[in-house]
Design a protein around this ligand. Structure first.
Ligand code: MN
Length: 133
């Protein structure tokens, strides 16, 4: 299914599959896959994510850090922490994401917040899809 409603937030070349959503679990397990050059929305929220990279490699922004990620890596996204996943130009990136069934609406960075994130050279390169210095 589509990742999000078109135009609701910035994202590129990413699909979403809901694998488990049993109300008794109180959580959902989804699979997201980005085509080469694709990325998820840069966002933060009160709910948390437990991510396992399943396919390919890429980078993730978590808080103020950019880290390389590859198959079988685990990523914990704490509450109210900026996060985004990006596939490299030549390879897809797929990951499992466990999330609370009941969750708040993601917040997007305003220009001020984005400017502060971009002050870190690694984050600016990450957001522009350039090699991370
Ligand atoms: Mn999120």
């Amino acid at each position: 299914m589509p990742y999000k409603e078109e135009g609701s937030a910035p994202f590129k070349a990413i699909s979403r599959q809901i694998l488990f959503a049993d109300p008794a679990l109180k959580c959902e397990l989804r699979y997201f896959e980005m085509a080469p050059g694709g990325y998820s929305t840069l966002e933060r929220h009160e709910h948390v994510h437990a991510v396992m990279i399943l396919r390919g490699q890429g980078h993730c922004l978590l808080g103020t850090e950019v880290r390389p990620v590859a198959a079988h890596d685990l990523v914990s996204v704490p509450a109210m922490t900026w996060h985004q996943f990006r596939a490299p130009p030549d390879e897809p990136l797929g990951f499992l994401c466990m999330v609370n069934a009941e969750r708040d609406k993601p917040q997007l960075p305003n220009d001020d917040k984005l400017g502060r994130l971009r002050a870190t050279p690694q984050i600016a390169a990450f957001l522009d899809g350039r090699p991370i210095p």
